[in-house]
Design a protein. Structure first.
Length: 452
């Protein structure tokens, strides 16, 4: 009997243990679901915390007081939008900036992001982030492909986002054009300048279709005229001329004919206004129809003739031109150090500086005409940028061209050309003689530069 009771109690004990085990399992199971929800919430909180995690960025640039003031204002505005981000500005003049940056790269103490020029790409590109890896944070579609490729890219890496750019354009006094019966939609070619300019001067001895100083004659008439035919830059990367003697003679012959036709104001009259052609009395009195100059100069020409209507048109180009010879230059911009611990935040700030409307209104043109179409539009709509400037840039950007290398901008090379041009204009040299003189001096100077 005792054994039967014991057996009965054992069965009850096992049953109770089973019930307890089931209840315990259910109880444990009911706690797992909230635990999972808590972990999920924790992950969300971690992401939110990451987005708002305090970040300090060091940002270095060069410039004058006006640029410093505008940039500091943009930094303050960005930090108000992003309270978790602190940006420390490190600014100075241009002199010595590259040496300081190189030293910082060597010591791995470089700022997170910095202003940069494409002229330093060879020496410094290895220390910089390929910004293609951050393209989801920087809207590069607002910037011309040519500017990104020709100035911001090196050996397949997008090392810089251009901040400003410029190009030459044809600046027109539209009242002059109307007065002389020149259609507003005239497509200017080099031949058309002579053809139309000759007629204008024959009709009115005080009027000239165009005027130019010695720098414009060299850089914006002779050089593009020749480069449109050669399809090359002014100087090859191997320190040889980008033209031969026959092509140079052809360009100088055109220049000589331009003066002989009366299409361009006599050199002796315009030479007093080098770099300040807006002060030329003939431009002020409406006796000059057009000028070739860079887009950023439009405002000063407008201010000199406030009652006239000033516009722009495409840069002169003969049919069959291989390239425009009028590069859209976007030589400076922003880059990120590969040692930065906050590359994504740096990229977000670059996007703000380059593309944001608020930043555009604060920075205006302190780094040139904005390379970003979004920034230019913001300035135009606010009245801080003449729409003709954007139009001039867009006309130039639409053309195929070759960007100038650093050698092409050498002042001593330019002087060799300008000395002979002046002798040609004053009939002291024939086009062939001037070509011989330029080609000899040009080649000699290039070899000297190559040997250094």
């Amino acid at each position: 009997m005792f054994q039967r009771k014991l057996h009965h109690l054992s069965k009850m004990f096992i049953l109770m243990l089973s019930i307890l085990f089931i209840l315990s399992a259910c109880s444990a199971g009911s706690k797992q679901e909230p635990a999972a929800s808590s972990a999920s919430a924790g992950a969300g909180s971690d992401k939110a915390a990451s987005d708002n995690k305090p970040v300090t960025l060091r940002f270095a640039w060069w410039g004058n007081d006006a640029r410093h003031k505008a940039t500091l204002a943009a930094i303050d505005a960005y930090m108000k939008q992003h309270p978790n981000v602190k940006i420390e500005g490190e600014y100075m003049g241009f002199d010595g900036f590259n040496k300081k940056l190189a030293t910082q790269f060597a010591g791995r103490t470089a700022p997170d992001l910095f202003q940069f020029t494409y002229e330093w790409s060879v020496e410094m590109s290895e220390f910089m982030v390929d910004l293609n890896s951050l393209s989801n944070l920087i809207d590069m579609k607002q910037i011309p492909d040519a500017a990104l490729k020709d100035y911001g890219s090196y050996k397949g890496k997008q090392i810089m986002i251009p901040s400003g750019m410029f190009a030459a354009t044809t600046i027109l006094n539209e009242d002059f054009m109307q007065k002389h019966g020149i259609p507003a939609d005239t497509v200017w070619t080099w031949d058309k300048l002579i053809e139309t300019g000759k007629k204008v001067h024959e009709q009115d001895k005080n009027a000239y279709l165009l005027t130019a100083d010695i720098d414009v004659i060299n850089k914006l008439i002779l050089q593009p005229y020749i480069m449109q035919k050669t399809g090359k830059g002014w100087v090859n990367d191997d320190f040889t001329p980008g033209f031969d003697k026959a092509q140079l003679t052809d360009g100088l012959t055109y220049l000589s004919n331009l003066y002989k036709s009366g299409a361009i104001e006599p050199f002796g009259d315009s030479t007093a206004f080098v770099g300040k052609m807006e002060q030329n009395p003939k431009w002020v009195k409406g006796e000059i129809g057009l000028l070739l100059d860079y887009v950023q100069a439009i405002d000063k020409y407008k201010q000199a003739v406030p009652t006239a209507k000033i516009g722009v048109s495409a840069f002169p180009e003969n049919s069959g031109a291989v390239q425009s010879g009028n590069a859209t230059v976007a030589g400076t911009g922003f880059a990120i150090s590969k040692d930065s611990a906050n590359k994504e935040e740096a990229a977000k700030f670059i996007n703000y500086l380059v593309n944001d409307k608020e930043a555009a209104l604060l920075l205006t043109t302190q780094r040139g005409i904005p390379a970003s179409s979004a920034a230019r539009k913001a300035l135009e709509e606010s009245g801080k940028l003449d729409a003709n400037i954007s139009k001039g840039l867009e006309l130039a950007s639409a053309k195929k061209t070759i960007s100038p290398n650093v050698v092409s901008t050498n002042a001593e090379l330019a002087q060799v050309v300008k000395d002979s041009i002046q002798k040609l204009i004053y009939n002291q040299l024939t086009p062939d003689q001037a070509a011989n003189q330029i080609y000899t001096g040009f080649t000699s100077k290039l070899q000297e530069m190559k040997a250094k």
